[in-house]
Design a protein around this ligand. Structure first.
Ligand code: 5RP
Length: 235
């Protein structure tokens, strides 16, 4: 199953061009000698590609990937990898998002990598988020909230989530339940427009069987927004 759709270099549509702009613009925040967390998704793909140019020119970095797909891209583009046995903190993590609201709270997990993404974001001094302009929203909630849960008793966990007032759907691909890199399942939750992201995260997270939610609240340090022909970094 292809988790992230990457178009070829030719005939990129406007959205893909905007992702490319955001991903490539983020690389200038990576400095020589840094340890870097690599998020997941198609916007991150462009960041990794660009980073490989800097590495070819002599930049020294070590990276921790947040998914098998990202690890494969890092290997393909010659980005040196490290792991948690060597470092438990990162200088910078760069990752995409499915939605970003006005306070830079995020919904993540569209690609199913939210747990590892949250771990590498939480141990980074700087968390840089790269999105194309279509991801900017007034309030989170149009994109169903991904939540990773344990396979054991998943039906019971889903019912408990429903009792909290969300509409949970177990993620499937080609008629099979989607399995995350951690061996868990993902539930996509329609929670309507989310007025209090932190509160929703806390209510879901307290349920037995829930591993992590895709709400990343108060974590973003820098937001880079891509447009088809440019990118803007905030602050
Ligand atoms: C994966 C993620 C991705 O960052 C998110 O889905 C955005 O992906 P893309 O850059 O392909 O739009 O959270 O779990």
């Amino acid at each position: 199953m292809e988790i992230f759709s990457i178009k070829g270099m030719i005939n990129l549509d406007e959205k893909e061009m905007a992702k490319k702009q955001a991903g490539e613009a983020s690389v200038r925040f990576i400095e020589n000698g840094m340890t870097v967390g690599l998020g997941s998704g198609s916007t991150v793909y462009w960041m990794i590609r660009k980073l490989s140019d800097y590495i070819r020119d002599g930049m020294d970095v070590a990276a921790i990937p947040s998914s098998r797909q990202t690890e494969a891209w890092a290997r393909e583009f010659g980005v040196p990898l490290t792991d948690f046995s060597k470092t438990q903190q990162l200088d910078l993590t760069i990752d995409g998002a499915d939605e970003a609201d006005r306070e830079w709270n995020l919904t993540k997990g569209g690609g199913g990598a939210l747990v590892r993404e949250k771990i590498i974001a939480s141990i980074a001094e700087q968390f840089v988020v790269i999105v194309d302009e279509s991801k900017l929203v007034d309030q989170l909630g149009s994109f169903p909230l991904p939540v990773e849960i344990l396979p054991f008793g998943w039906q019971a966990t889903v019912e408990r989530m429903r009792a909290l007032g969300v509409e949970p759907v177990i993620r499937q691909t080609d008629g099979e339940i989607f399995v995350s890199d951690n061996g868990n399942y993902i539930v996509d939750c329609d929670a309507g427009l989310i007025n209090h992201p932190d509160a929703l995260h806390n209510r879901l997270k307290q349920l037995v069987g829930v591993v992590e939610t895709g709400i990343f609240s108060g974590m973003t340090n820098k937001l880079i927004v891509g447009y088809p022909d440019s990118a803007a970094a905030f602050p």
